[in-house]
Design a protein around this ligand. Structure first.
Ligand code: 5GP
Ligand code: ZN
Length: 116
């Protein structure tokens, strides 16, 4: 199921270290290496899916799970009340650089809208 050349598959499989903050049957969450906010966690499915364009109907429970895990982490970090942003960047024009689906959880500061 996983891609041996994929950075996030390697993190999910424990072959590359990361600061893991959550781990379950569907996803792994870890600290972003280059955080853009005081809270910047990536919630990553165990299944290799390159982009949201590649999602299948059967992936809907997994994608929903990424969001609820992000909300749990936001609550644990105390940013649920002040606010946080979740983002799924799709393809390079939207800023995607790692082609294994990942939900960004960003919190602990203000965020502009519309995003840059
Ligand atoms: P994207 O630009 O694809 O939406 O997000 C990729 C994210 O992965 C970036 O925020 C980047 O800082 C993070 N990242 C890239 N390589 C690594 C890594 O090896 N370990 C961790 N923890 N994060 C990484
Ligand atoms: Zn992967």
């Amino acid at each position: 199921m996983n891609d041996p050349n994929c950075l996030f598959c390697k993190i999910v499989d424990g072959k590359i270290p990361a600061k893991i903050v959550h781990d379950d049957a569907l996803c792994v969450a870890f600290e972003d290496l280059n955080p853009q906010a005081p809270v910047h966690v990536l919630v990553v499915p165990r299944k290799h899916v390159a982009t949201t364009n590649d999602l299948l109907p059967e992936d809907e429970p997994m994608v929903g799970h990424l969001v609820t895990v992000a909300a749990e982490i936001a609550k644990a970090r105390g940013v649920d009340g002040s606010g946080y942003r979740t983002a799924l960047n799709c393809n390079r024009g939207a800023g995607q650089s790692v082609f294994h689906l990942h939900l960004h959880l960003l919190g602990g500061r203000s965020f502009a809208w519309p995003p840059g």
